[in-house]
Design a protein around this ligand. Sequence first.
Ligand code: HQG
Length: 173
Amino acid sequence: MKSTSKFLTLILRHKPQIIGIELDEHGWADVEELIRRVKGLDFATLEQIVATDEKRRYSFSADKKLIRANQGHSIPVDVELEELKPPQILYHGTAERFSASIMAQGLLKKSRLYVHLSSDIETAIKVGRRHGKAKIFLVESLKMFSDGYKFFRSVNGVWLTEHVPAKYLKERF
Ligand code: HQG
């Protein structure tokens, strides 16, 4: 089931075309069509993935006819993110080798629609380890917000913003 869940990440965030489906402007895929096109997937498995995914990556529509990823997209969809005043500090986990570039350019969204931030340092450490030796940055999010930058929180609690200029970053370790 883990590999199916990983595959769903690819389809629902990045490349729906590889199984010949399209997402609508809000990132929704048709559940019946998805099940038809993904080998070995049935509705019960999909329900289980949505309910048990450790990062709550996916949501159904109320009638369960549609499914989408809550965040993390590289294709331009509007998942109706909640715009919010952020806490004083948010965290970003990355790899040590990206540090110098980040201190020069700030945090860039790279291939995704937003820079991903978390409200707790533990999550940031995990995210950073995906890329190598973890490096943690503190983001002065409330200061950014007062300076006019927008922040969003996805339904699974991930904080998102378009760009974090270097002046709002502090190296933690
Ligand atoms: C880095 C996972 C050099 C950035 C995670 C990161 C997250 C720079 C990498 C979600 C840079 C992009 C997103 C700069 C940023 N110079 N490197 N100026 N600015 N970077 O995967 O935040 O499991 O697109 O630090 O848990 O690592 O997929 O972003 O290392 O929530 O659900 O460029 O993906 O969630 O990498 O991860 P990514 P991310 P899932």
